[in-house]
Ligand binder design. Structure first.
Ligand code: NAD
Length: 484
């Protein structure tokens, strides 16, 4: 790790001992490797089940003071955390590139995005948390008090290693909860850097603990602990189902932000050039490793050939390389992701698809998969029903609105759908018919701290961001007072 001023250099150097040990070696150190080069970036000490329990003990104790602290004081600490994150933006972006591989401009954008949740919830902490109710009883007055639930367990993935933490933690902390955080094993350094900045911001001991360790062990401790009252998870639908089951015995409040399988639909009434440039963003941001990534492209037959040609040209122009060199596309996170790309391309081709661009691992290195465009992909191809989570774009033609609605909705997922058309009635009908938590019309970027992010069906439960992001971290206490 080279560029880390503001004290982070020293802090990470401490975590970089035993450089020659293997992954999860000895008494528990995790080797963090640069996906672009395979080089060792740092070694992180792993916690065990006792560490996970200790973190809950501390969070449970700290809850008594944090939950009763004046909201203004909590907001002040959150604002300080926000400012420290922004001051350390370049360091955090470089840490992220080193362990996650994304292009540096995207990493910088993620730090802005991550910090925006902290600022938003620092302000939300000050909003009224008592609501009046019009009484239906004589001589009684009624109120709803929103109260923090207790300790919250936050479990995050590697694709947005900072933003997925702040989106959860800032909401939980603003609500008055304390939290224990388990980041992905691929990206512990971003999480530890955020934790270090949180400590400097002045969160009291135990209010926010970040625990790196074997996921099943650490999170298993937390799901089994009745003191953990809320669990917020972002990751795959498969692990989400497991945590849902594990949380049942103690009836935890749940937020599950799970997988997506976004359709990207282009009608003849679309601005085609705009649809193409938005399609490139929707597919290839974060090198395709985005739950909002467009997973399947449905293009009306009247503009199909034109779209395929323009999209293929745009994709050929994308640059690929190490995140630090700021290409359009970086490496994928691990070998499993590469294997999935290979399988999905081979399967689609075997079922009739044509490769217009890419299709292979790139000579740049074993974790670089070429941006790929497949045309004439049939619905039987696995990529039309499985998450791709990589840089492969399958395109298929359609003829009617009803047909494309049925095909777009024929999925267990329901996170986001993209529609391109300039016909207002068509847009209205499509927006109504698509069974997704978010519908983006003629654009790709939809997220932000003030909007409730989340999906329908097996893309998850609950919402993050916005006022709604506080709901899982609060219980409603109904108070009915009779003055007699
Ligand atoms: P993942 O489900 O494998 O892992 C996510 C987190 O769960 C990690 O921290 C991991 O350590 C932990 N985990 C893994 N196995 C566990 C177990 N047995 N018990 C407890 N915890 C466990 O997902 P991933 O590969 O890290 O991330 C990619 C997935 O995340 C994709 O499916 C993507 O769509 C989804 N995602 C969703 C959103 C959203 O907001 N809806 C955002 C980003 C990513």
């Amino acid at each position: 790790m080279t560029h880390m001023p503001n004290g982070l250099t020293a802090w990470l150097t401490d975590a970089s001992l035993l450089r020659d040990a293997g992954d999860f070696a000895g008494a528990g150190r995790l080797a963090v490797r640069d996906p672009a080069t395979g080089e060792l970036v740092a070694q992180v000490s792993l916690s065990d089940a006792k560490g996970a329990r200790d973190a809950v003990d501390a969070a449970h104790t700290a809850f008594a003071t944090w939950s009763t602290m004046l909201p203004q004081k909590r907001a002040e600490i959150l604002h300080r955390w926000h400012d420290l994150i922004m001051d350390a933006k370049e360091d955090l972006a470089r840490i992220m590139v080193a362990e996650q591989g994304k292009p540096i401009s995207e990493a910088r954008g993620e730090i802005d995005y991550a910090a925006s949740f902290v600022q938003f919830y620092a302000e939300e902490a000050l909003r009224p948390n008592i609501e009046g109710v019009t009484s239906h009883l004589d001589d009684a007055e009624m109120e709803l008090w929103r109260e923090p639930v207790g300790v919250a367990a936050l479990i995050t993935p590697w694709n947005f290693p900072c933003a997925m933490i702040t989106r959860k933690a800032a909401a939980a902390l603003a609500a008055g909860c304390t939290c224990v955080i388990h980041p992905s094993a691929e990206t512990p350094l971003s999480a530890l850097a955020l934790a270090e900045l949180a400590a400097r911001a002045g969160f009291p001991e135990g209010v926010m603990s970040t625990i790196v360790g074997d996921a099943a062990t650490i999170v298993g401790e937390w799901t089994g602990d009745a003191r953990v009252r809320a669990l917020s998870f972002t990751g795959s639908t498969e692990v989400g189902r497991l945590l849902y089951r594990q949380s049942a015995d103690t009836i935890k409040r749940l937020v599950l932000e799970l997988g997506g399988h976004a359709p990207f639909i282009v009608f003849p009434s679309a601005d085609l050039d705009r649809a193409v440039s938005e399609a490139v963003k929707a597919k290839f941001a974060t090198s395709g490793q985005d739950c909002l990534g467009a997973n399947r492209f449905y293009v009306h037959r009247d503009v199909y050939d034109q779209f395929c040609e323009k999209f293929a040209d745009a994709v050929k122009a994308l640059t690929m390389g190490k995140g630090a060199d700021d290409p359009d596309i970086g490496p994928l996170i691990h070998e499993r992701a590469i294997a999935k790309q290979k399988q999905q391309v081979a399967d689609a081709v075997a079922k009739g698809a044509k490769i217009l661009v890419g299709g292979n691992v790139d000579p740049l290195g074993p974790l670089f998969f070429q941006p790929t465009v497949l045309a004439d992909v049939t619905d039987e191809a696995a990529i039309m029903s499985e998450e791709n989570f990589g840089p492969v774009a399958p395109i298929t033609p359609f003829d009617t609105e009803d047909e494309v609605i049925a095909r777009a909705n024929a999925t267990e997922y329901g996170l986001v759908a993209y529609v391109h058309s300039l016909d207002p009635r068509r847009i209205y009908r499509m927006t109504r018919a698509l069974q997704f938590g978010m519908v983006a019309v003629n654009r790709t970027k939809v997220t932000g701290a003030p909007i409730p992010f989340g999906g329908t069906k097996q893309s998850g439960l609950g919402r993050e961001g916005a006022r709604q992001g506080l709901e899982a971290f609060t219980d409603i206490k109904y108070v009915c007072r009779d003055w007699g």
